[in-house]
Design a protein around this ligand. Sequence first.
Ligand SMILES: Cc1cc2nc3c(=O)[nH]c(=O)nc-3n(C[C@H](O)[C@H](O)[C@H](O)COP(=O)(O)O)c2cc1C
Length: 333
Amino acid sequence: MNSPIQIGAYSLENNLMLAPMAGVTDRPFRQMCKQMGAGLVVSEMLSSNPKVWHTEKSKMRMDHTGEHGVRSVQIAGSDPNLMAEAAQFNVNNGAQIIDINMGCPAKKVNKKMAGSALLQYPEIVEEILDAVVNSVDVPVTLKIRTGWDTDNRNGVQIAKLAQQYNIQSLAVHGRTKACMYKGNAEYDTIRAIKRAVEIPVIANGDITTPEKAKYVLQHTNADGLMIGRGAQGNPWIFREILHYLEHGERLPEPELTEQCTVMLEHVSNVHKFYGGISGVRIARKHVGWYIAKYDQGRSFREHFNGIDDAAEQLDALEMFYSRLHKKLVSSVA
Ligand SMILES: Cc1cc2nc3c(=O)[nH]c(=O)nc-3n(C[C@H](O)[C@H](O)[C@H](O)COP(=O)(O)O)c2cc1C
């Protein structure tokens, strides 16, 4: 990666970003990914419908207390005026960058003709970009897919609109809306988009290893990379990619003791953030990702999912890692 991406007044520490993922990139996870080297983390999307801003779920998504680094908040919707109001609302609430979601294929979002469904209607895209960019003083970024189906990969057209309307960086997921998450992401369209515009382009989709990161950068010539699922239960991926890109060799896997420490910190932050049974429930999902790579993970997960108490969850996790460690030591001896 060349020079650090500049988004308005913000010069990122590096050009690796955590993708916005509803139900995943909450404050504790964003915090952990930042700690592990992500140059920018993006919040879970917030609806532009003001009627839902007061729900518990939205309130949690809007909570940036104590968050380090630049706060990028994603908004989703299709009505330009509501999107502009949502942008203002979130800036007043601490957002330093507003990211517009035109990448999400979820039915719930698309039913309201938002997310990647908008790619089919460039005139509405224009209205939204215009309204949002002109409603706030902070930089606005955009996240798109390559098009709405494989016969209509209009990412270049949308990217040119983004540039025209002063969007400060563009993240592109290498699938169309119709592809959902099927098949493999393709990077030719991202390369074509990068060639067509001067604003920073961030490549996204299926980047799960340092080698893949290097390949995608070289193939697309993108200015940065955005990582989503590859970071679930694996926040180390950011420092691993950074190291590989800089030194051309892989960092060793984090030691079990570090894995355990990081996961305990993450899980206890989830407990503190959500509190009560919500914290315990949400922790289960993340723990499932952390331990999936271990043979013993499946049976432990069944046991773990039966635990309803935060402190007991932490004890069980410590025990799990201590057993793994003992096994590792005895296999080396
Ligand atoms: C559980 C989940 C939730 C997601 N939520 C959002 C979202 O809120 N906004 C958005 O723009 N994209 C969302 N995405 C898409 C991701 O940001 C990303 O573009 C996609 O997962 C491809 O990147 P990856 O292969 O690195 O995961 C979501 C993806 C997943 C798996």
